[in-house]
Design a protein around this ligand. Structure first.
Ligand code: ZN
Length: 435
């Protein structure tokens, strides 16, 4: 059975940024089969038609998150990254069980889905629990199990144990339900020894899996890496072979032009996380320069302890605002570019065909209601685009489909009991915050 969804406007975010007003999207067997003007193309005899009104667009793509950190949301406010990790985050994460992480991820997936994120790229410990929660929620997840080496507070004891677990999760779970995509998550160049970084990269490349790594997040970590290795972080990773496979670098705040050229040469993508970078006082990534170097860029919320929510709408707005403000140039990042970063660009950064409404792509899309103050007036497509980028918000999302399956209907998650997830995380946090 083909399903046709009809709306007042459809933002396809295809290569030409086509907008249909009115518009319709047809899907069958989890994939988009047609997009266009419903007045010009009548539905087929076996097509179910649903007149939704409002606006349809691709689901948002979150390229960098640690969503189970809902368990430690707001921890360490006011600390810089190094102290935030060592004093507020890692000691609490060391106390977490598989069950804690399952519920942390469940609440995270609830927040992501209800606010229009259909794909999230996660890096965390307890990867089996993250995977189970993501699968149960209905979200599409790129899961890169965390691999790091922090003596004293690392529950698994060593990077080798984390890597063995990551390999096991990949080999057992990659591809499950067509929406769990397993990669590898070496934490950063400063939290793993060189041989650990190289070993993770080799295991990932053997499987053609994505490597997600924090890179050039703060100025201080860059100095630390240069003191240890004599190299800037991107050059260190290149020397170890890490950049030879599929790589997504999170943050990229302190990249100079040579670093960017190196990343571009290796086709490394960047997850831009302006909210987290702002909250931790890490700096402002040079978004316009990244794009000028031809680097694939997506947006990331990072974890909810450094954001503190999982609303990618905020990242889209911040990305464009900060780029324009720092350059004193309103043309440097257009509204269309901002929307693309949050959707199609994120899919490209992850190497997944999500983030655009085109035939053949997975039917990952969201509906927004437009009977809201923020969408008045809307006299043309340009105004609608402006409202999406500069005033768009998660509370406007009413319905969400992932792989053609409804996962949010009328504002409610189909597969997650939100009240239960909030209660579980709220209760479990008492133990983690009793440090
Ligand atoms: Zn992160």
């Amino acid at each position: 059975m083909t399903l046709r969804l009809v709306a007042d406007a459809v933002f396809t975010v295809d290569a030409g940024d086509t907008v249909w007003c009115p518009g319709a999207v047809e899907m069958e067997d989890g994939r988009i089969t047609w997009v266009g003007d419903p007045r010009l193309t009548p539905p087929g005899a076996h097509t179910e038609v649903r007149a939704l009104g409002g606006l349809l667009m691709p689901g948002l793509v979150n390229c960098h998150g640690h969503s189970p950190m809902t368990l430690v949301r707001s921890a360490g406010d006011g600390l810089p990254l190094d102290r935030w990790l060592s004093e507020a985050v890692w000691p609490r994460e060391a106390l977490q069980s598989d069950d804690d992480v399952f519920w942390g991820m469940t609440l995270g997936a609830h927040e992501l889905l209800c606010n229009g994120v259909t794909t999230t790229c996660e890096q965390y410990l307890h990867p089996g629990a993250v995977a189970e929660a993501a699968l149960a929620s209905g979200i599409r997840c790129v899961l890169t199990p965390g691999v790091f080496d922090v003596p004293g507070i690392d529950p698994a004891g060593s990077w080798t144990a984390h890597l063995a677990e990551a390999c096991r999760v990949f080999d057992e779970m990659d591809g499950r339900q067509g929406r769990l995509h397993v990669g590898f998550g070496p934490h950063a160049a400063y939290s793993l020894p060189p041989e650990g970084l190289a070993a993770v990269a080799q295991e990932a490349q053997r499987r053609d899996a994505l490597v997600q790594i924090h890179l050039a997040e703060t100025e201080a970590e860059g100095h630390l890496i240069e003191e240890r290795s004599g190299l800037r972080a991107p050059a260190l990773l290149a020397s170890l072979g890490v950049l030879d496979g599929r790589v997504l670098a999170a943050h990229g705040v302190w990249l100079d032009d040579d670093d960017m050229a190196l990343l571009a040469d290796h086709e490394v993508a960047v997850a831009h996380c302006p909210g987290s970078n702002g909250k931790l006082g890490s700096g402002v990534a040079r978004l316009a320069a990244l794009l000028a170097h031809g680097i694939r860029v997506g947006l990331g919320t990072d974890g909810p302890a450094s954001n503190d929510d999982l609303h990618l709408w905020d990242e889209m707005r911040l990305a464009a605002l900060l780029a324009r403000a720092t350059a004193a140039d309103p043309e440097i990042v257009s509204s269309a570019t901002a929307l693309r970063l949050a959707t199609r660009g994120g899919g490209e950064a992850l190497g997944l065909p999500v983030g655009a409404l085109e035939p053949g792509r997975p039917a990952d899309l969201i509906r927004l209601r437009t009977d809201d103050d923020r969408f008045v007036p809307a006299l043309n497509e340009a105004e609608l685009l402006g409202h999406l980028v500069w005033a768009g918000a998660g509370y406007l999302v009413t319905d969400v489909w992932v792989g053609g399956a409804p996962v949010v209907v009328g504002g409610d998650c189909v597969h997650i009991d939100g009240a239960r997830a909030r209660a579980e995380v709220g209760e479990r946090a008492h133990r983690l915050f009793a440090l």
